[in-house]
Design a protein. Structure first.
Length: 199
């Protein structure tokens, strides 16, 4: 047996799903799988993928074991959201579709999404990711604690507090995706929702 054939190769560009210019946002509370799902979708499509966690990591390089003070945390987050807005606007100006993964837990973030759609003249589709499986969430929290993360979500109580403060977006077209389901099911469901934007 040829061992090389056992390892799948990345999809060639011609084999990827092609979408016209649009904005797709994966939003929701921390640890529901936004980054994981966004990565999988971007592998199989021509979406330019922008993840708020990676953007924040690039902008702020403070020690991951230290919590930021509330005013520093607020500054870091608004700056990161402004940056993802700028990058998405530039991508859309080139006629390319953009996939955003970010919490969008406050009205200021919701307004940024609406403004992005308006100024770029792009359709906006929002997917609110949810997951009520406490065991799975605790497992993800443990994995995050082992890696390098700038998040102030360090334990289950932090997460509960963040969930209670979360404000659902209003006035946009959105659908809920339960990430307790297999990631392939979530990904395929999103692609089905986006069929109208396919080239």
């Amino acid at each position: 047996m040829d061992l090389q054939t056992e390892h799948p190769t990345p999809l060639e560009q011609k084999d990827k799903l092609e979408f016209k210019k649009c904005i797709v946002a994966l939003i929701g509370p921390p640890l529901v799988g936004k980054s994981t799902l966004g990565t999988e979708i971007s592998k199989e499509s021509n979406f330019v993928y922008l993840d708020i966690d990676q953007i924040r990591q690039d902008l702020f390089n403070h020690p991951t074991e230290q919590r930021l003070a509330p005013d520093q945390e607020a500054f870091a987050m608004i700056t990161s959201y402004q940056k993802i807005f700028e990058l998405a606007r530039n991508t859309l100006a080139k006629g390319e579709p953009v996939l955003l993964a970010a919490t969008y837990s406050k009205k200021i973030g919701h307004e940024m999404l609406r403004q992005l759609a308006q100024i770029s003249g792009s359709p906006l589709k929002v997917f609110l990711l949810v997951n009520s499986n406490e065991d799975e969430i605790r497992s993800r929290l443990k994995l995050r604690a082992q890696g390098k993360s700038l998040s102030n979500i360090r334990n289950f109580q932090d997460l509960k507090d963040a969930q209670q403060r979360y404000e659902k977006i209003k006035g946009v077209d959105f659908a809920e995706i339960d990430t307790n389901n297999p990631i392939s099911n979530c990904k395929n469901k999103i692609f089905e929702f986006l069929s109208a934007y396919k080239i």
